[in-house]
Ligand binder design. Structure first.
Ligand code: XBP
Ligand code: MG
Length: 258
């Protein structure tokens, strides 16, 4: 099967963004006069709910906090303010994870399509892409699906299915890159092979459905660490490695192993 496209999750996969999201949530809560605070251990648990607004709703439900009849409006305002802070800071506070830029450049040189399938807000995505890839960054991606483009967020496959439709490719001609269990389940439900690079908040999660789990995509002077599943021959995930992964999966399917 020829490799045609790479689909990337955003938070945790392109960059370790969740600490910045968490700091911005906490700052916005404090500025609004609420005594809510999300330390890392609590945030790890809250991240099971994808989407910032949904996460605030979930937190208030479990803390038994009632914001009254206009709760949804108040939560939407807090979330919008969190995203404004995030967009202002993402350029200086967030860097791409190892191998992301290298693999995207190489994929483009090989004529592969790039896509984004995320449950984060469009403004967060735009800010991260601009900060990471410059003004032309957005043009690198043939399909971009954010949390606002789908009615159901990950683990629902909607974001991936929409991206595949925009790319006009079959899932077995692609590889998806994810860091979280919700993302892994979403990509798998869309039929995609998945390379999982666990992040700060997701290393403890069940990874069994992933086709390949590695510490990160690696750089020539900073080899990846293989964790489980299919093992790349070299020290980095590059286009050849991904093609080899697809071939291994095809053989596995033919032999009934997958
Ligand atoms: C991860 C998420 C997001 C962010 C916050 O998305 O669950 O909700 O934590 O983003 P992904 P918003 O890994 O799919 O990119 O506040 O914009 O919802
Ligand atoms: Mg993620």
């Amino acid at each position: 099967m020829a490799l045609k496209a790479l689909l990337f999750d955003v938070d945790g996969t392109l960059a370790e963004t969740e600490e910045l999201h968490r700091a911005c949530f906490n700052e916005v809560f404090a500025n609004a006069g609420y005594d809510w605070n999300w330390p890392p251990d609590l945030y790890r648990d809250l991240l099971k709910v994808t989407g910032g607004k949904e996460r605030i709703h979930h937190y208030l439900d479990r803390a038994d906090v009632d914001l009254g009849a206009d709760a949804a409006v108040k939560i939407a305002a807090l979330h919008a303010e969190k995203n404004r802070l995030y967009a202002r800071r993402t350029g200086s506070d967030v860097a791409l994870r190892p191998g992301i830029n290298r693999l995207m450049k190489q994929a483009r040189e090989h004529g592969l399509a790039l896509a984004i399938a995320t449950t984060t807000s469009r403004s967060n995505l735009d800010a991260l892409l601009a900060a990471s890839f410059g003004a032309e960054g957005a043009a690198w991606f043939s399909a971009v699906v954010s949390g606002e483009d789908v009615s159901r967020k990950k683990p629902d496959p909607a974001a991936y299915l929409q991206a595949l439709g925009l790319l006009r490719v079959a899932p077995d001609e692609c590889v998806a890159f994810e860091d979280s269990r919700n993302g892994l389940l979403a990509a798998k439900a869309a039929g995609l092979p998945v390379v999982l690079t666990p992040s700060l908040y997701t290393g403890h999660e069940n990874q069994e459905e992933a086709d390949c789990v590695v510490s990160d995509l690696g750089e020539p002077d900073r080899p990846l660490r293989h964790i489980s599943g299919w093992k790349p021959e070299g020290h980095v995930i590059d286009v050849d490695a991904l093609q080899a992964l697809l071939e291994a999966l095809t053989v596995g399917t033919l032999l009934g192993n997958k």
